[in-house]
Design a protein around this ligand. Structure first.
Ligand code: ZN
Length: 267
């Protein structure tokens, strides 16, 4: 619920501000979508804030949400541009909606985006006029890609998701398990520290088979494993979760980094 409110609010604010300051089509060197990237960063920041507030670990799901919300903000800004356009005919000022239709607006937008690129290339290559709309569509595609990449990065950095520099991938959520059994957990951490993979795997298997079902309430330990999909480097976070005066509290107990071969400690 909080996620919907925060993300929805961010989408509305970004769409409004972007159309106010004409951010959607602000470019550097003709095609680098600076404005759209900025929009993505703001949306990503909002999504990261809701990850932290809801204490969710499902970062992949939230990244999808960030992409969808970012594109929603982008197109909302385009629609706002469309309805904000006024046309003056002699003494009358007509709102654009009554004169132009939306497809015509989109076509003109695509042409406008293509125009600077064709003008820049003009001394070298002459591009036939009917292609400028296609170039415009390409520029718009760059804007949307830039926006979703920016929101993904913002979510991962602000939402504390590790990044694998070797494989150029963000870690994904591998599993979450909850347990009352602090002894087994301590035993597993000790086995990991002392490089005893057999015991570690065994203990983690015990944790996994004795996991608590989600509907149980009360204090417990939560183990969240994030992992690089290619090299299997993992980060394990252990939180102690309790409910005090009706408020869910989580405090971090430990954070373990397991590089490729040591990921076998997870069974
Ligand atoms: Zn990796």
């Amino acid at each position: 619920m909080r996620t919907v409110v925060i993300t929805g609010g961010a989408v509305a604010a970004v769409a409004f501000l972007a159309s106010r300051f004409e951010l959607t089509h602000l470019h550097l060197l003709l095609v680098i979508p600076v404005g759209a990237t900025l929009m993505g960063v703001v949306i990503g920041g909002a999504v990261a804030a809701s990850i932290r507030l809801t204490r969710s670990y499902d970062t992949a799901g939230f990244r999808t949400l960030g992409t969808v919300a970012g594109l929603a903000a982008y197109w909302a800004a385009v629609v706002l541009d469309f309805t904000g356009l006024a046309i003056t005919l002699g003494p009358f000022t007509l709102p654009a909606t009554s004169v132009l239709n939306f497809p015509a607006f989109l076509t003109r937008m695509a042409r406008n985006q293509g125009a600077p690129v064709t003008a820049f290339l003009a001394p070298w290559i002459a591009i036939p006029g009917r292609f400028d709309a296609w170039i415009g569509l390409l520029v718009i595609a760059f804007e949307m890609i830039g926006l979703s990449i920016a929101s993904g990065w913002a979510i991962s950095y602000l939402g504390n998701v590790p990044y694998c520099r070797r494989d150029r991938r963000f870690f994904g959520l591998r599993e979450i398990l909850e347990t009352y059994d602090e002894d087994v957990l301590q035993q597993w951490m000790l086995a990991v520290r002392e490089h005893r993979p057999m015991e570690a795997r065994n203990d983690f298997g015990r944790l996994r088979s004795g996991r608590l079902p989600g509907f149980l309430r009360g204090p417990r330990l939560r183990v969240a494993v994030h992992q690089c999909p290619l090299c299997k480097d993992s980060r394990v976070r252990i939180d102690r979760r309790s409910r005090r005066f009706g408020v869910q509290r989580a405090e971090m107990v430990a954070e373990l980094w397991l590089d490729g071969p040591r990921a076998a400690m997870l069974g």
